[in-house]
Design a binder for this molecule. Sequence first.
Ligand code: CA
Length: 232
Amino acid sequence: MSQQRILVVEDEAEIAGYLRRGLSFEGYAVETAADGQAALIAARERPPDVIVLDVMLPKIDGFEVAKRIRTASDVPIIMLTARDAVPDRVQGLEVGADDYLVKPFAFEELLARVKAQLRRVHGRNTGNVLRYGPLQMDVSAHETTIGSRRVELTAKEYELLELFIRHPQQVLTRDIIYDRVWGYDFGGESNIIEVYVRYLRQKLESNSESRLIHTVRGVGYILREDQEHESS
Ligand code: CA
């Protein structure tokens, strides 16, 4: 399958970079545009599969960009609006946006919207079960099992475990985990990842199961079946 293309239109370099890193990591080909003019040119010359479009842009604002793109294309448009700006959402949908997301948002939220738009366009099956070793996550039903045992997770625990199971046997750095599960504006206590990994381990190992989430000292964590070195 060829790589799906996403055009990110955002003038704030930090957010644009955050989205580009996250979406590239997920396997999408990402192009960024920092103003409305550049966005219109990019959308015309290198048609994307989805456009993520910030409302607040220099030169031509996001509403106008969406309106002009709509005259020529049915590409899904997800608008990023300011916090609680209800008129923005209404106006966004009126000019032809397919969905909107209120800033600030966690990356997983945006990713879910992007996937939903791609599914809508391509008519894909939404059923999706992720497996690694004895671990199984039914993404549609939001159900997690280890072996035959059902595990109840909170929303954040689920997001964190889903990040691991989508990237098994790959070291996830603390920065990536922060970005992906807590969002770019997260300014909370620095040990939040450790705390949530501990919660997950407690739940996944409560029946003496082998450890799956391993610490990579000084770097981050990895989901790996590693029975030879198991000591817990
Ligand atoms: Ca902006």
